[in-house]
Design a protein around this ligand. Structure first.
Ligand SMILES: *Cc1c(COP(=O)(O)O)cnc(C)c1O
Length: 396
């Protein structure tokens, strides 16, 4: 019970305000492994929510690799790598990631979020400037704040505005970096990386792209946005996550040898937090091996994406401007999106409503995440549910 002088009473008030504004997050409970179908709150539903783009989160080869690694290496790394030494397993993953991405070297972190927190403050600090896309991911924003560099936001995916902002800053900083998401996770659009790189070269700025939703998706065999645009060697830092298409958990930086060496000396989450577990690392190695050996899963992901999107358009839905498997179904007001999501769930489809402040007011949507694990029948089941609920609610 909270009383008038309860020092934690403010939490009750904040929570109450969140609930009143419809911003309180109710987290669903999953009682099965990830896959096309999952059990959510006791009900088997078609999964349109996860970032499991290639279906690797419960892939037999990854499971087997994790089991083997536990037998061979145990369950924990036991300390940070700089103090207690690093297992050769982690170095093997980093070598494989660098090779896969076509970079000189790579360094792994505990998550993509940590990779951003490690990298940005290591590259820029007081007296420096960061040019940051206004819609960059929260972990980039936090990394920028931690760095104490000045943050200049440029208009979303707008190279002309970026260049204008850089010109305004000329002579006012020591070092500068341009940072952008590769794929923007709410709209599925991608950064104009070739123009950004040209501008960076013109003004002698460092470049960093967060490829969390691009790897395993864009480029040859899922090699990511730099490969997609053929910009190898021209982007200084690629941030990656091992929790989306790779299906496990962890993060990494791929880039020039010099930068990776610096991060091993100065990336704080590397220096002060223990490494990924052997089972995670081994499963990630298996994931990279699968992607190196065949483009089958990536091809299937795109085939599913093309099919689902063209059918959704045929049904009359507005699915925005996405050029990736992320499919926003634009609905307008948040209550409508929430009601749509509830009815989809009643019809056996798990797809989340996303509203303000994650997306602008009036741009609420259902975000469908397509995966290579979906069969044609699965997609048809999903389309059927969208058509039914869309008609019920007068959207189509
Ligand atoms: C998901 C995501 C992250 C965080 O990755 P984790 O490995 O889950 O911490 C970072 N950046 C972007 C752009 C993302 O979409």
């Amino acid at each position: 019970m909270s009383t008038a002088n309860d020092k934690l009473a403010w939490i009750d008030e904040e929570i109450k305000a969140l609930k009143e504004q419809g911003l309180y997050i109710n987290i669903r409970t999953i009682q099965s492994p990830q896959g096309a179908w999952i059990t959510v709150d006791g009900k088997k539903v078609l999964n349109f929510c996860s970032n499991n783009y290639l279906g690797l989160a419960n892939h037999p080869k990854l499971r087997e690799a994790a089991h083997k690694a536990i037998e061979e290496w145990g369950v924990g790394p036991a300390a940070v790598r700089t103090i207690a030494g690093t297992m050769s397993l982690h170095l093997e993953l980093e070598r494989k990631l660098a090779q896969f991405k076509g970079c000189e070297d790579a360094i792994s972190f505990q998550s993509g979020f940590k990779a951003n927190l490690a990298t940005i403050p290591a590259l820029v600090g007081e007296g420096d400037v960061i040019f940051s896309d206004e819609l960059n991911h929260a972990s980039i924003i936090d990394g920028c704040r931690l760095s104490r560099a000045r943050i200049v936001r440029y208009n979303h995916c707008d190279p002309a505005d970026l260049e204008a902002k850089i010109r305004q800053e000329q002579g006012n900083y020591r070092r500068g970096i341009i940072i952008t998401d590769g794929v923007f996770s709410m709209d599925g659009d991608i950064a104009p990386l070739p123009q950004i790189v040209e501008i960076a070269e013109k003004y002698n700025l460092m470049t960093m792209v967060d490829d969390a939703h691009g790897e395993g998706v864009l480029g040859r065999g899922g090699r990511g946005i730099v490969d997609h645009f053929g910009l190898h060697g021209r982007v200084d830092v690629e941030i990656g996550t091992l929790s989306k298409a790779f299906g496990v958990v962890g993060g990494y930086v791929a880039g020039k040898k010099k930068i990776v060496e610096w991060l091993r000396q100065r990336g704080r989450p590397f220096l002060f937090s223990s490494a990924m577990t052997p089972a995670d690392v081994a499963a990630c190695i298996a994931a990279v091996d699968i992607l190196e050996s065949s483009t089958e899963l990536v091809d299937k992901l795109w085939e599913n994406t093309r099919y689902f999107k063209s059918e959704m358009r045929r049904l009359g839905f507005d699915i925005g401007q996405s050029v990736t498997p992320i499919t926003p179904v634009m609905l307008g007001e948040a209550p409508l999106a929430q009601e749509f999501s509830r009815r989809l769930f009643d019809n056996g489809v798990f797809a989340m409503a996303i509203g303000y402040p994650t997306v602008p007011k009036g741009k609420a949507r259902i975000r469908v995440m397509i995966s290579a694990v979906h069969s044609r029948e699965d997609l048809d089941r999903g389309l059927e549910a969208f058509a039914k609920v869309g008609k019920e609610l007068g959207v189509i």
